[in-house]
Write a protein that binds this ligand. Sequence first.
Ligand code: ATP
Ligand code: ZN
Length: 288
Amino acid sequence: MEKRLRIAIQKSGRLSEKSLEIIRSCGIDFSTDSRVLREVASNFPIEFLFVRDDDIPTYVYDNVADIGIVGRNELDESGFDLEVVRDLGFASCRLSIAVPQGFEYESLKSLEGKRIATSYPRILSTILEKNGVKASLVTVAGSVEITPAVGIADCICDLVSTGTTLKMNGLKEVDQIYFTSAVMVSRRDFSSDAQRYGILERLLVRMDTVNNARKKKYILFNLPCDRLDDAAEIIGGMKSPTVTPLLDKDWLSVQSVVSEDRFWSVFEDLKALGAEGILVMPIEKMSD
Ligand code: ATP
Ligand code: ZN
């Protein structure tokens, strides 16, 4: 039987939709109507395991899944030595120290002797140790933000993206100590499973191709012939824009690819140079 790459994905939560979208953007079809524990793609040798995000590092480490998509925070908290094959950049947030009114916070040293509630005792204790701070950690699985109000902690260390939840609970974010986003992980020795590793490589090529394309725009415009050198300079970094003659001999049609972050400045400079009929198109796939 053909082997399949087994990927662990969060069943339901902040990582779920985006994780599936990444796989789907690689042209891989599957139905997720039922969100059963296991799901097999119809046109690519991959199968999904829908689980709690906390379990993903364990499943990958124990060979239940080959790869997984999980927050770097869960990976570091698990303590498993896994390979980060791609940083996916979404679900980015931070672990922060947050304190109630009246708590004087200057630096991590202010936490000396305090009770800190967190769901990330391993990450927090590593950071405290590095800074020579001794505190007592109260490990809670959820609702960390209510612990000071109910009297079981003096302050908290929790994941923050906007800070609204903290504010609603009368807490102030005073120190951002750790940054995280979603990553794709595998076992360190996974390449020894040649067949499954080969499938991962195919998946990564597809992911990178889609990702490259997202960062670029295809641009097409008409230009007076004598401005071509200036236009090439504005577009920059290209081997050669494609240049096609037009019926009107004084004009050319120019096509090129421009990176998203430079797009507006290129657009404005080309317009100032006399470019007309500028067409901009998204690129669906792009290989280097
Ligand atoms: P599960 O039921 O799978 O255990 P969960 O409640 O532990 O779900 P989510 O709240 O869905 O997990 O968060 C999953 C991951 O999303 C976090 O580990 C973190 O990497 C990321 N994340 C992004 N923003 C936030 C945020 N504001 N609060 C918490 N996690 C966030
Ligand atoms: Zn979880």
